[in-house]
Design a binder for this molecule. Structure first.
Ligand code: HEG
Length: 141
């Protein structure tokens, strides 16, 4: 799991996200829908056009969940338990898709943080997103 240095890097990087949750969340989702169009099957009820209110609203929710995870890195299973139920029992999102969204979010971070998104921050974030995705998929079987 994440060591103390990595947790610090994630908390520090997250400070840069504050104030941009809706924009950056929507950007990550839009990238996912364009780069991996198979992910759109889970959102038949959404307007998926650029700047769609639904994408913005959903992006804000996804980043709020990630922010909650940043605040509970030592206890992700408990912190994300309800969301894990939702994804496993109601939405039934194939777990491969978590990697796709995680990758798109990493690109968004890199674009906005530039040089500050160093390889050390990148690997810490990668581990964090894998940990979150694991929890969201852990109730599938
Ligand atoms: Mg999921 C709903 C978070 C990956 C498809 N997702 C939600 C909600 C949150 C969330 C917070 C709203 C829950 C609520 O309203 O109570 N999602 C979340 C995270 C991640 C993730 C943190 C990964 C890091 N989701 C994900 C992926 C897909 C997906 C990869 C599909 C490609 N999520 C999905 C759908 C909904 C949610 C279809 C319901 C959307 C709606 O109808 O409003």
């Amino acid at each position: 799991m994440l060591n103390a240095d990595e947790k610090m890097l994630i908390q520090h990087a997250w400070e840069k996200v504050l104030g941009h949750q809706e924009d950056w969340g929507a950007e990550a989702l839009e990238r996912m829908f364009i780069v991996y169009p198979q992910t759109k099957v889970y959102f038949p009820h959404f307007d998926l056009h650029h700047d769609s209110e639904q994408i913005r609203h959903h992006g804000k929710k996804v980043l709020a969940a990630l922010e909650n995870a940043v605040h509970h890195m030592d206890n992700l299973s408990a912190a994300l338990s309800k969301l894990s139920d939702l994804h496993a029992y109601n939405l039934r999102v194939d777990p491969v898709n978590f990697k796709l969204l995680s990758h798109c979010f990493q690109v968004v971070m890199a674009v906005h943080l530039g040089a500050e998104y160093s390889p050390q921050v990148h690997v810490a974030f990668d581990k964090f997103l894998v940990a979150v995705s694991t929890v969201l998929a852990e109730k599938y079987r």
